[in-house]
Design a binder for this molecule. Structure first.
Ligand SMILES: Nc1ncnc2c1ncn2[C@@H]1O[C@H](COP(=O)(O)OP(=O)(O)OP(=O)(O)O)[C@@H](O)[C@H]1O
Length: 685
């Protein structure tokens, strides 16, 4: 049974702690309270004695010792009265009564049921284990003699209540201090657990924390493998093979799992068989006290049992766990479950992310075996891990975006976003907001704050396609962002740091645009740290077939048809075709073949490749206006009219399929829309 009498805590050598001062001065204080004055102060003989199980101890004493102090104290406690012998009077100091009067608690020693945290705690020794500790039990007595006379009974009772009150408050203060330390230690540890991805490391850290806050020798986390009906304990110190496994209904941990309530046990009772001594033997260890609590997740499911072993004797308890420990371990178990749950979620999310990233990387591979493509691939691999700006050059449909993605997925940014923006598809007024975002109210239509693509690509890659079509204003802002690495949203003033790698692409000769003052030279140098040029498809030789086979398989798998074979005629036709729309045109051709043919073999005519010259419907002679009211119209207007008619004819020939029409015209779909807007044609995009 632990003594509730003040325990002097340690302080630097030569200094007394508050507790030590109180302990030393207590007899004097009692004497003064009892009416001693300067004359008879030296005649005070008094002290407090306490009972520890069957043993009596003197907690503090002043003046000459009284040989019968323990016997008289024992009698006073047994009778619940003030008892006197010679010049001494003794009275029980009823801490339990004081506790009730202070807290209004109705602790009941006889039932020995305690509440630890929110859960009802059942003592494992209810059925005859070792004696239970009821804080505040009346195991103290005070003895007092002044001037060789026993103190009066009334005075002694008052002093006993005062002393009891003081001791309980003091003990509570010590408990609060301890609790505060335990809570802050647990919180500090729990914050670190959020960073741990290795589960062995996490469980080891949780167990170490339990040993620290509970002041015990060992702690083990038993996670429940429900399907195998086993509890897997970790860390498994000293266990051969490093795995500690027990049946999920064996021993005290099994009891906890089944009952979903805490159990605690200490040696000395007749229930020693409940402890799994096999583990002790394996570890050359002796369990003398044990506490186990269930581990319950936020969905109310029990995921395991948290066990602490061998409480170290200390100020607050002897060598057995008590109700305060149950509360502490229950709380720690909650933190541990959150950490284990979130670690599992994190690991799953990381796995899912890695899988998705691999799938995304594999979904659009850079196909090609031509020497030029191999060289590009080698250079891309070199440049990928750096943060250097890359400029990709090449005609429409040659695979500039595919190459940009290839670089992204080979870089350390692969887990970040890949964001593509077609600069040509956006009118100047929208481009700025699209790239840099806008604040609420920046425009009439800006009803809410919106992040720009630079922010969305933070931690990843921003692919700026058709960068040659960017307006001068857009170019100036882009240059500033690339130099300062911060964006300011339209209508905002706050600079927002961005960690975004830029890969730009164009099909236009930027040097010519620079000469014509349509592209900033400084921006060109910023973007063109490394440049990679994709050759037209027609110059890639047998890569045409490599790509055709790839697309054929891809589309057939998509629609669930058996992959047909290209015959000699179709192969030759594809190799000979000039592919003005490059890989995009080839892809569209193969897609059409997959949907429109049914035979096992693809012949040349299935490809429906037409010579480039004859690709467009011919305009009947005289169908174009060359004059207006007899006057010859100027060349610009004639060109515009021709382009309008040509685009309309292409759209019509493709049955309104804009992607196909764009491909036929050698344009990206978005460029076709842009062109149509320039020509004053109506678009639905
Ligand atoms: N080397 C390649 N391997 C596999 N697919 C490719 C390759 N090159 C291009 N493609 C495919 O061709 C189509 C067009 O490619 P992409 O959009 O990358 O070209 P682009 O040069 O960026 O076109 P644009 O200049 O018109 O924007 C896409 O469907 C892409 O998947």
């Amino acid at each position: 049974m632990s003594s509730p009498v003040i325990q002097a805590s340690s302080a630097p050598r030569g200094q007394l702690t508050d507790d030590e001062i109180i302990v030393q001065k207590m007899p004097l204080l009692l004497g003064l309270l009892a009416g001693a004055n300067a004359d008879n102060l030296g005649t005070i003989r008094c002290g407090v004695v306490s009972q520890n199980k069957d043993r009596w101890e003197t907690s503090f004493w002043t003046g000459d010792e009284f040989d019968s102090a323990h016997a008289l104290a024992s009698e006073a406690i047994a009778q619940g009265e003030v008892v006197k012998e010679n010049e001494f009077a003794a009275v029980a100091v009823n801490l339990l009564g004081v506790q009730e009067s202070i807290t209004g608690n109705q602790s009941n020693r006889a039932t020995a049921k305690h509440t630890g945290g929110d859960s009802q705690v059942t003592r494992s020794d209810d059925a005859g284990g070792s004696d239970c500790v009821v804080p505040g039990a009346p195991n103290l007595a005070m003895l007092l003699s002044i001037g060789g006379q026993p103190a009066s009974a009334a005075l002694l009772r008052t002093l006993a209540v005062t002393l009891g009150r003081f001791l309980v408050l003091h003990r509570d203060r010590q408990n609060d201090t301890r609790r505060l330390w335990q809570t802050s230690t647990m919180l500090q540890n729990a914050a670190q657990w959020q960073q741990l991805d290795d589960d062995d490391e996490l469980l080891e850290s949780v167990a170490t924390c339990a040993c620290e806050v509970l002041s015990c020798d060992r702690a083990t986390i038993f996670l429940w493998d429900k399907s195998r009906r086993r509890l897997i304990g970790r860390p498994a110190i000293g266990i051969e093979g490093g795995v500690l496994e027990v049946e999920d209904n064996a021993g005290i941990v099994g009891e906890v799992l089944q009952s979903q309530s805490p159990r605690w046990w200490s040696a000395g009772g007749n229930d020693g068989g409940r402890v799994n001594r096999r583990i002790d033997q394996a570890q050359n260890f002796n369990t003398h006290s044990l506490l186990a609590v269930p581990m319950v997740n936020s969905r109310g499911q029990v995921i395991g049992v948290f066990e602490a072993i061998n409480a170290k004797p200390g100020d607050h308890r002897e060598g057995a766990f008590d109700s305060a420990d149950v509360r502490t371990l229950t709380e720690l178990a909650l933190h541990a479950v959150v950490a284990i749950d979130s670690q599992r979620t994190r690991v799953n999310l990381t796995r899912t992310r890695d899988r998705l990233v691999s799938q995304a990387a594999a979904s659009n591979p850079l196909i090609g075996n031509h020497e030029l493509i191999r060289e590009i691939r080698t250079n891309a691999t070199k440049v990928a891990p750096t943060d250097l700006s890359v400029l990709i050059l090449g005609q429409n449909g040659t695979g500039k975006e595919v190459l940009a993605q290839h670089i992204h997925y080979q870089s350390d940014r692969r887990n970040g976003p890949f964001v593509a923006v077609n600069c040509a598809a956006l009118v100047e007024s929208l481009l700025e907001s699209e790239l840099f975002g806008h604040e609420k109210g920046a425009y009439t239509d800006a009803s809410s704050t919106r992040q720009g693509k630079f922010e969305l690509a933070h931690g990843g890659t921003l692919f700026l396609d058709e960068v040659g079509d960017m307006s001068p204003g857009g170019q100036a802002k882009l240059l500033r962002v690339l130099e300062e690495r911060v964006v300011v949203r339209v209508g905002g003033s706050q600079p927002i740091p961005v960690d975004t790698r830029v890969i730009a692409a164009t099909n236009q000769p930027l040097q010519d645009l620079i000469a014509a003052k349509r592209f900033r030279e400084d921006l060109f140098f910023r973007l063109n740290v490394v440049s990679l040029t994709l050759p037209p498809l027609a110059s890639r030789g047998s890569d045409v077939m490599l790509l055709a086979e790839h697309f054929l398989e891809h589309f057939c798998r998509q629609i669930g048809r058996v992959v047909p074979k290209f015959d000699e005629t179709s192969r030759r036709a594809m190799i000979m075709h000039p592919w003005p729309g490059n890989v995009r045109e080839l892809r569209n051709t193969i897609e059409r073949v997959c949907y429109l043919t049914t035979s096992d073999t693809i012949h040349e005519e299935d490809l429906m490749l037409r010579p480039v010259e004859g690709d467009m419907p011919q305009f009947p002679a005289g169908s174009m206006k060359h004059t207006s009211g007899g006057t010859i119209i100027n060349l610009n207007e004639a060109t515009r009219e021709f382009q309008v008619a040509h685009v309309e004819a292409a759209i019509m020939a493709c049955g309104g399929n804009m992607t196909e029409a764009a491909s036929k015209l050698g344009l990206h779909r978005s460029n076709l829309y842009r062109k149509m807007r320039q020509l004053g044609m109506s678009t639905s995009e």
